[in-house]
Design a protein around this ligand. Structure first.
Ligand SMILES: NC(=O)c1ccc[n+]([C@@H]2O[C@H](COP(=O)([O-])OP(=O)(O)OC[C@H]3O[C@@H](n4cnc5c(N)ncnc54)[C@H](OP(=O)(O)O)[C@@H]3O)[C@@H](O)[C@H]2O)c1
Length: 238
């Protein structure tokens, strides 16, 4: 595997923590949380990306930025759209601009929420988008910012992420199981729960590919567990 350096904004989240845990598989890994790198701070983003690129190249490593930062509180985003857009759209776009300016390929993680969710089969990358929530709209705007920043940027849509760090549906169910006799849960949604450590490992493979000879020509990819360790074919959510 090519010797990589990874910069992972959002490094304290579910996915970010699992990416940070891959440090021994790369030459350099910097996974700042929001207190260390706030993606809404343009100057801080520019400084962080340029100093990371310099440190990587000084060490003879190929730098890649993997954006794991996001405003992921779907319900809260409805009441604070400015903040959701600042992080998910403008912040992602600023990271992409800085990455492109420094010749650093970028992998940007996005979501099934860019789709309307009323399909009858798993979504494919080229399917029409149509987000219904502020979260989904802000993430779609982020995709457009990232893809528009340059050609060495990729969007990876995933779904129903659960990991060892942070809160998620699986942990909530496990906790409530010990507290309640019965549970009410929506039964009109289908999706592919995706273990964030698998997603992190897949993103590492993709990072190797984009700095080598195997960069995918398609710049929007779907990756979920979908019954196998990681599937890059479709987001199994409809
Ligand atoms: N969770 C899901 O079910 C799911 C499904 C599909 C797609 N995704 C996407 O997958 C990616 C990772 O999600 P996740 O589940 O790992 O989310 P998460 O656990 O909520 O982590 C997101 C991280 O973003 C960071 N962040 C928030 N505001 C920031 C800011 N202004 N500057 C820098 N960092 C900031 C937070 O950092 P601090 O903790 O340090 O404040 C948080 O740790 C996101 O792009 C998300 O949209 C998630």
């Amino acid at each position: 595997m090519t010797r990589l350096a990874l910069l992972v904004p959002g490094g304290r989240g579910q996915l970010g923590s699992d990416l940070a845990a891959l440090a021994d598989r790369v030459g350099l890994l910097h996974a700042p949380g929001s207190a260390e790198l706030d993606v809404t701070d343009v100057g801080a983003v520019d400084d962080a990306v340029s100093s990371f690129a310099l440190a990587a190249r000084d060490a003879g490593l190929k730098p890649v930025l993997v954006n794991a930062s996001a405003h992921t509180a779907v319900d809260a985003a409805e009441g604070e759209p400015e903040r959701a857009y600042a992080i998910n759209a403008t912040g992602a776009g600023q990271l992409a601009k800085a990455a492109v300016a420094n010749g650093v390929p970028m992998l940007h993680v996005s979501t099934d929420y860019v789709f309307p969710g009323d399909g009858t089969r798993p979504y494919e990358p080229g399917d029409p988008t149509g987000p219904k929530s502020v979260y989904g709209k802000s993430k779609l705007a982020g995709e457009q910012e990232v893809l528009g920043a340059g050609e060495q940027t990729w969007v990876i849509r995933t779904a129903w992420v659960y990991g060892a760090t942070g809160g998620n549906f699986v942990k909530t169910m496990a906790r409530l199981e010990g507290q309640r006799e019965t549970l009410s849960v929506v039964d009109d949604q289908r999706g592919s729960p995706t273990w964030s450590a698998d997603l992190a490992a897949g993103l590492l493979e993709l990072a190797s590919a984009v700095v080598g000879d195997n960069a995918p020509s398609q710049r929007v990819l779907h990756g979920t567990n979908a019954g196998k360790p990681l599937c890059w074919e479709s987001v199994t959510v409809f």
